[in-house]
Ligand binder design. Structure first.
Ligand code: F58
Length: 793
């Protein structure tokens, strides 16, 4: 049998008539991927007698697949050998493939779960949408975010195969389309198990109307095709209009229905028409509310196509579905307008009504009063009048057997607050599954230097059992080990600096502290608080409040995309870029401070940024970040957390020790109290605290210009940000995310980090303690907990 290396050479010859030396990067990429696909073709199938978990998610943020797949297949070394023999650089594929089909933590979590489940032999298949254009590519123009479409398949898509035989018909009111699956293998480490990621693409039933075309009505003749393709054309279409909302609902229904039809077909092939074993054969995990329309759709399919009674169908749903909540923010808890829902999928709406009726009967029988029923109704009019909506989270909790949050504190908030009425009647359904990350991508691949060093010290058992890292603790006072950890960090910082120079054209001194905040741009994540603290340091250095000689030079690095319609978030990006400019231009401080907003932050960028961090910024208002997962990646790579008691930060500190991290700010109890008793007076803090006033006033005193970027009401965006902090807006009070409350304790803590950095080995000891205690945050642990406690798989 020919080897992997030989296969690459053969494919290059057959497909392109080229050798490794003269092939282009794209040709090489396709040949390597194809050879790897060939090597698994016999072991990759859907067939298994085990319980199957189907993970339905609107996003799968996979990142670059090639290195990870080769690592897991154990083929990375062979590829490297071949490349060395032919003078090809190992990182040649960096410009080829990038991540597209997701947006943030929720999508990346799905990808980490795929990796962990396949590694630990859990049959776990992902189902989602094959968007033509994924998340936009971001660049900056005069400090403003600009977006361009990302045609991610432009280099081909060698890791997927189209499965024509499994296409299914999806019917909307007045429109039918094909859902055509594209399957990618999900290869466990050591090729333990090969699962599947199945992404559906929308295609027309009739490609074009010949009669219309002959009548020279060209646009019309292609209308059906265009309308069909629109459904899977973009990730998160702008949904500020009705048309956008409609498209989004169509996407949700499209992939939900396609997936369920697929599951039913596979089930029937084994069990015929007897559905009694359905829920013991399949578990369907709903990743947030985006696939929750699956619930009425499964009811519909079982009743209308399979002849079950509604009650039987409902029972199967309750025993099959499980739901994960990823947010407590009111605006992110999806509610669909009944009117819109009926316009798009009236046949499914009928089952929402039936589920709602069953729910009312059931909760009444449980003793819920007529008055309290409104807290449960799936179909409801929360704003009064006849504006009826469907609460997707309520439907999910009612019609499933498990509801989980993604970190301890988040689950507690769900139980005590967001979903409290439900917890009261179904306490047994609620459980916590703290998120995790895969160490194979986030340490073994992203930080080969540290991974190699760890292997030398404690062996490589951690690759599939992250708790093994605990063995590093015994080196916590070993000077040589700490020096080595310091030198690896420096190496990663140098690599990042070189990359930033290449990508952004910006010089970054690797001897600076790297203080990093990378995540979606959102007010609750408080990038603005970070920006204000930098200004505070800037002014402090200028007026002597901060001793310049004692201050360790620091680079503040940001990476974030703002949703295209989220004006304030875009204003914050502009503000940070303005601060960067101000500092660069000031010779009094520019040898001490640097601010960099990297463009187009994505998984591949994260793989370079995170290993280079000294400080991980996790500064959301307590009670707002469900979990966070970048916090875990930073911890694993030996950065200290500068954070609030929020999300998984709490568990990180619990594991690694408060003395090895930097916690500041109000706890969730305090925030709740301030909210409830209405005593928070942001304006008063602003007026009485000159440091706060000084940094906030830069928004309006001419220090910076927003260069005409407008806010919602037509005022300049910096003015709008200023107003939101000091006056509030129609929908929130002043300083909704308590920036002023936490400002001083944040700045003080940041200065403490800066001071502690002077003692290099003491600082690196903290870093080592973080790495050593990251075991809990492996997605292997998360997946095995789900498998045992939720899926019984
Ligand atoms: C994230 N949610 C949470 N949502 O914010 C984060 O705390 C958590 O760690 C992560 O999920 C995984 O559990 C998230 O990424 C989105 O991206 C939404 C998708 C739909 C549009 C609005 C953003």
């Amino acid at each position: 049998m020919s080897t992997f290396k030989e296969n690459i050479v053969t494919i290059l010859d057959l497909d392109y008539n080229k050798t490794v030396k003269d092939a282009t990067t794209v040709e090489l990429y396709n040949a390597v991927s194809k050879a790897a696909m060939k090597s698994i073709s016999k072991d990759w199938s859907w067939d298994t007698d085990k319980k199957k978990v189907c993970y339905l998610s609107a996003e799968f943020l996979m990142g670059r697949m090639i290195y990870n797949n080769l690592l897991n297949l154990g083929l990375l070394d062979q590829m490297n050998e071949l490349f060395v023999e032919n003078g090809v650089d190992f990182s040649v594929f960096e410009d080829i493939e990038d991540d597209a089909l997701g947006n943030g933590g929720l999508g990346r979590l799905a990808a980490c779960f795929l990796d962990s489940a396949a590694t630990h032999n859990v049959v776990f298949n992902g189902y989602g949408i094959r968007y033509k254009y994924g998340i936009f590519k971001q660049y900056f123009e005069n400090g403003f975010q600009k977006e361009t479409a990302d045609n991610w398949t432009r280099f081909g898509d060698p890791w997927s195969k189209r499965v024509e035989d499994d296409k299914v018909l999806i019917e909307f009111k007045g429109q039918s389309v094909w859902a055509v699956p594209y399957d990618s293998p999900v290869i466990g480490y050591g090729a333990a198990t090969i699962n599947t990621l199945r992404l559906w693409q929308s295609e027309p039933v009739n490609v074009f109307d010949f009669d219309l075309f002959n009548a020279q009505k060209y646009d019309k003749s292609f209308k059906e095709k265009n309308d069909a393709e629109a459904i899977t054309s973009v990730l998160y279409p702008n949904d500020s209009t009705d048309a956008g909302k409609k498209l989004r609902l169509k996407q949700q229904y499209f992939f939900s229905s396609a997936t369920l039809q697929d599951i039913i077909k596979k089930y029937k092939a084994k069990h015929g028409d007897d559905f009694s074993a359905f829920s013991s054969e399949y578990a369907i995990q709903l990743n947030d509310t985006h696939p929750v329309v699956s619930i009425p759709e499964l009811c519909r399919l079982l009743v209308e196509n399979e002849g079950l009674t509604f009650n039987k169908a409902l029972k199967i749903c309750k025993e099959t579905f499980a739901y994960t909540n990823h947010t407590v923010l009111e605006e992110a808890l999806e509610k669909w307008s009944v009117k819109l829902f009926k316009q798009v999928i009236p046949n499914v709406y009928k089952y929402v009504v039936k589920i709602n009726n069953a729910l009312i009967k059931e909760v009444k029988a449980l003793g819920v009063s007529d008055e309290d029923i409104k807290n449960y109704q799936i179909i409801d009019n929360p704003w009064g009048g006849d504006w009826m909506v469907i609460h997707m989270a309520r439907m999910a909790v009612y019609t499933s057997y498990s509801t989980n949050g993604v970190a301890q504190i988040h689950t507690e908030i769900l139980k005590a607050d967001t979903l409290n009425p439900w917890f009261k009647i179904y306490p047994e359904r609620f459980n916590n599954k703290t998120n995790g990350i895969t160490q194979r991508r986030w340490l073994d691949l992203a930080n080969m230097e540290l991974a190699g060093f760890i292997n030398d010290k404690i062996g490589n058992g951690w690759i599939t059992n992250l708790d093994e890292l605990k063995k590093l603790e015994k080196f916590a006072d070993n000077k040589k080990v700490l020096q080595k950890i310091d030198s690896i960090k420096k190496q990663k910082k140098e690599q990042l600096a070189a990359y930033i120079k290449e990508k952004e054209g910006i010089d970054l001194d690797p001897s600076f502290i790297f203080d990093i905040q990378v995540k979606r741009l959102h007010e609750y994540k408080r990038q603005l608080l970070n920006a204000f603290s930098i200004l505070d340091i800037y002014f402090g250095l200028k007026d002597g409040r901060i001793n310049k000689d004692e201050f360790n030079p620091t680079a503040f690095i940001f990476g974030a995309k703002a949703a295209p319609g989220y004006l304030r978030a875009k204003g914050i990006i502009k503000f940070i870029n303005e601060i960067s400019k101000l500092i660069d231009a000031d010779p009094e401080v520019n040898d001490k401070l640097k601010v960099i907003f990297v463009s187009n932050y994505c998984v591949s960028y994260a793989e370079k940024i995170i290993p280079a961090a000294d400080v991980s910024e996790q500064i959301s208002t307590a009670g707002t970040e469900a979990s966070g997962t970048s916090n875990m990646k930073f911890m694993l790579n030996g950065a200290v957390t500068l954070g609030t008691y929020d999300g998984a930060n709490i568990e990180i500190v619990e594991q690694a020790g408060e003395e090895n991290n930097y916690i500041f700010g109000a706890r969730v109890e305090e925030i709740n109290e301030l909210k409830e008793n209405g005593s928070y007076d942001a304006k008063a803090i602003y007026n009485s605290n000159p440091r706060i006033k000084k940094v906030v006033d830069t928004l309006i005193d001419g220090t910076f210009s927003d260069d005409g970027l407008k806010g919602e009401n037509g005022e300049g965006i910096f003015q709008e940000l200023y107003n939101s902090l000091t006056e509030g807006a129609s929908w929130h009070k002043a300083d909704h995310y308590f920036i002023f409350r936490d400002f001083e304790s944040y700045c003080d803590t940041k200065m403490q980090v800066n001071k502690d950095f002077s003692d290099t080995l003491a600082f690196r000891k903290k870093c080592l303690m973080n790495t050593a205690n990251a075991g809990k945050f492996s997605s292997d642990r998360t997946i095995l907990d789900y498998a045992k406690e939720v899926w019984h798989a």
